[in-house]
Design a protein around this ligand. Structure first.
Ligand SMILES: [Zn+2]
Ligand SMILES: [Zn+2]
Ligand SMILES: [Zn+2]
Length: 341
C-alpha cells in the first residue's frame, strides 16, 4: 500500500502529483503518483479506487433458497429425531420401570430444549452488525477516527477492519467466522457463543440418541441363537460361519418382520452416529480457532485481526468468564510461562 501525503490545499496550488479524495474524511489528498489503494494520513481510512463488485440479484436469491432448504431440512431432522426417538424408545424404557421412563423423559426434554433454543438463537439473532461511524466530512472525522477502515461498496458505509461483508446476509458482520447455510445466518460476534452451544448440544444429544436407540434396538431385535455365538468356538472357522449365519438370520428376520419401530431405531442409530461424528469434528475445529485467537475467515485468508496470541485465555474470554476469574487465570498462566522460561 502506498504512503500517503495529506494535502488540504486545493489541487490548483500543487501542480505535481495525483489528486484524489479520501472517502473517510472527505479531504483532498495528493499522492506522488497514481495508486489504486491508499491510506489517508489524517483519518487512517483505506481507499480502494477499483473496488470489485460481484453481486447479482439472482445469485442472492439462490443463496437464500439454499439456506431455506438447509434450515428446513435440519429443522425437520431435529424434529424427527425427537419425535421418532420418543415413539421408538419410550415403550422400551417404560417397560424397564416407571422411574427409568421418567428419568429418560426428563433427559430427552432437557436435551431437545437446549438444542432447539440454541439453534433458534444462532439462526435468528443478528450475527453482529458493526457500530455506525461518522464519515465523509473533515471536522466530524477526527485524526485516526477511521484507522484501517475500508468502504463497503455493498452496504455503502464504513467497514471496520474486524468486519467482513456477507453476500448471503447482505450485511457487514463483526468478527465473522463463516456463513452457515444450516442456520441460514452468519456466525459472528453476535451469535458465535450460541453457535458453539448449539454444536455442544448436538454432540451430546446425538451421543445420547445413539446409545438409547442401540439399547432399544436390542430389545426389538429377535433373540439371536446365542449358542451359535459361543465365545470359545467363535474363533474357529466353523464357529465363525455359524455366528455370521445367526446374525444374518436375525437381521433378515427383523427386516422380514418389517417392524417400523425397528427400522426407525436403525435409522436413528446410523443418522445420530454420523451427524454426531461430523459435528464433533466441526466443534473441535471451532474450539481450536478460538484457542488460537482467530476466526475461520482469518484462517483461510491468513489474516489475524483481534487477539493474535494463542492460549487458554482466548477460550475463557470467549465463554464470558467474569473479569476477576479471567485475571486470576491469566495471572496463573503468565506465572506458568515465566516458570517454564
Ligand atoms: Zn481521510
Ligand atoms: Zn457490507
Ligand atoms: Zn451470512
Amino acid at each position: 500500500m502506498d504512503d500517503i501525503i495529506k494535502e488540504e490545499q486545493p489541487a490548483a496550488s500543487v501542480p505535481e502529483g495525483h489528486e484524489t479524495k479520501c472517502w473517510g474524511c472527505g479531504l483532498r489528498l495528493l499522492l506522488p503518483s497514481y495508486a489504486p489503494i491508499f491510506r489517508c494520513g489524517w483519518c487512517g481510512a483505506i481507499t480502494n479506487l477499483n473496488p470489485q463488485k460481484s453481486e447479482s440479484g439472482c445469485s442472492y436469491r439462490w443463496r437464500r433458497l439454499r439456506d431455506w432448504v438447509f434450515v428446513t431440512t435440519l429443522f425437520l431432522f431435529i424434529l424427527f429425531v425427537i419425535c421418532g426417538g420418543v415413539w421408538a424408545v419410550y415403550p422400551v424404557v417404560f417397560s424397564v420401570s416407571f422411574f427409568c421412563g421418567v428419568f429418560h423423559s426428563t433427559i430427552a426434554f432437557i436435551l431437545s430444549g437446549c438444542t432447539f433454543s440454541t439453534f433458534c438463537l444462532s439462526a435468528f439473532r443478528s450475527a453482529g452488525a458493526p457500530a455506525s461511524m461518522f464519515w465523509g466530512s473533515y471536522p466530524t472525522v477526527g485524526k485516526g477516527g477511521l484507522e484501517d477502515y475500508t468502504f463497503c461498496i455493498y452496504c455503502e458505509r464504513p467497514k471496520s477492519p474486524r468486519a467482513h461483508h456477507c453476500r448471503s446476509c447482505r450485511m457487514c458482520v463483526l468478527d465473522m467466522d463463516h456463513h452457515c447455510p444450516f442456520i441460514g445466518n452468519c456466525v459472528g460476534a453476535g451469535n458465535h457463543r450460541h453457535f458453539i452451544a448449539f454444536l455442544f448440544s448436538v454432540v451430546i444429544s446425538t451421543a445420547y440418541v445413539s446409545v438409547m436407540s442401540a439399547y432399544a434396538g436390542f430389545h426389538v431385535w429377535p433373540p439371536l441363537a446365542y449358542d451359535s455365538l459361543d465365545p470359545l468356538n467363535i474363533f474357529s472357522t466353523a464357529g465363525a460361519i455359524r455366528a455370521s449365519k445367526a446374525i444374518v438370520h436375525a437381521f433378515l428376520s427383523s427386516a422380514l418382520l418389517l417392524s417400523t419401530r425397528g427400522l426407525v431405531l436403525v435409522y436413528l442409530l446410523i443418522a445420530s452416529l454420523s451427524v454426531g461424528i461430523g459435528i464433533s469434528v466441526l466443534l473441535w475445529q471451532q474450539l481450536r480457532f478460538i484457542y488460537e485467537g482467530k476466526t475461520y475467515i482469518n484462517h483461510i485468508s491468513s489474516l489475524n485481526s483481534g487477539s493474535s496470541e494463542r492460549g487458554w485465555h482466548n477460550l475463557f474470554r470467549f465463554f464470558g468468564f467474569p473479569h476477576w476469574a479471567l485475571q486470576f487465570l491469566l495471572g496463573s498462566s503468565n506465572a506458568m510461562k515465566s516458570h517454564d522460561k
